[in-house]
Design a protein around this ligand. Sequence first.
Ligand code: ZN
Length: 400
Amino acid sequence: MYEEILPQIITTNDTKLLLLVLDGLGGTTNQDGVTELEAANTPNMDALARAGSCGLHLPVGYGITPGSGPGHLGLFGYNPIKYQTGRGILEAFGVGMHVNPGDLAVRGNFATLKDGLIVDRRAGRIPTELCRKLVAKLREHIKQIEDVTVDIEAGKDYRFAVVFRGPDLSDKLSDADPQIVGKPPKPAEPLAPEAEKAARIVNKFIQMATEVLADEHPANTVLLRGYATLPDIPKYEEKYKLRALGIASYPMYRGLAKLVGMDTPPVGETIDDEIALLREKWNDYDFFFVHIKKSDSYGEDGNFEGKVKIIEEVDAKLPQILDLKPDIIVITGDHATPSVLKAHSWHPVPLLMKGRYTFADDAQKFSERECAKGILGHIPAEAIIMLMLAAAVRLLKFGA
Ligand code: ZN
C-alpha cells in the first residue's frame, strides 16, 4: 500500500512492533448466536480492546475467502492479489529450503501406482520417517536433469518439496496430478511456450523417481503440483526499514515470513516455545510476527470448543508478551475460519491495536461484535502495517 510514497515518509527509531496472528481467528455466529471469540473468556485481550482501537479487516477483499498465503501477505502489508505466491514456494520455504530468483519450486506427494493407475494420491499417508528415507533415496539418484540441478526435501507425512535450479524454468505448467484416484498418471503440460523446458524437466523427474521407487510399497511414484517461481517482492528491511523476526511453529508460516525478508529461526511446537523465542530475540529486531496455528485447525475441524480454548490459552499467556512492552501491538487473524463452516471464510476479521497513541474507542471486548463498534472500521488488511508504523511514529509527514 502507498508504495509510491513510502520511501519518502518511512523513518526509523527504536520502537518495537508486534503482530500476533491467531490463524483463522474470525468467526460467524453459531446456533447460539455467538462466535468463538465471543464465547472465549479473554480478560487480557478485552482490556487491550478497551484501552486501544478496534475494527475489522478484510484480508483480500469483499467476499473473498483467502488461503493462509494471501491472508498473511495482506497482514504483512502487501496486496495479496498483486503478489500471488505459488504453493510450491511456501512448501519449499516451509521445509527450510532456499529458493532463489529463477528457481522452480514444486510440491510433491508420494503416491501409489498400480496397474498403470494412481490408486492412492497419498501413498497410504506414509509416516514422515519413511518419507525422509524415500527422499534420501531420490536425492541420491536424481541430482541433475539436463542443465538443471534438483534439490529435494521431505515434508510431513507423504509430502515433499522439490526445487529445480537452472536457466529458463517457467512455472506456467499444469499439475502432474490426476486429482482423483483410479486414473493414470498425468504429465505436466506447458501452459505457455516458455514452459516447455520446465514441463520436460518435471516429467523426466517423475519418470526417474518412479524408477527409483519401483521396489517400494505403497510409495512407488510421485505427484507434482503447485509450481512456483519467486515473486519479486520488496523485503521488510527495504520497504519498511524494519528488521523483522517471524516466529511460527508451522513451516509454511515461516516460509511466508521469510518471503518478505523476516528472519525465521526454528522454534518448538508450543505457544510457550514461541513466547520464549520472542523474549530471547526481543532486543535484536524491530518487528515481530508471532503465529498461532491451532485456532485455524480447530475451526477447520468444526471444533467450536477447541477454538475457544486456544483463544483462551493465548489470552492467558498474553501478559508474558505485554511484559516486553511493545510500542504497538496488533492482535488479529489472517482470515476467518468459523467452526460452523469447517473452512476458511470471507468474513471480516477482528482487529485490535494498542499503542501509546492509539484511540481508546468504545469497543469493550475483543470480539467481532465489539470490533464492529471500533474506530478503525472495516479496513483492508494491507492498511494494518501502515497504522502500526504510524502508531510507532515511523512515518514522517507527507508533503510540506
Ligand atoms: Zn490461515
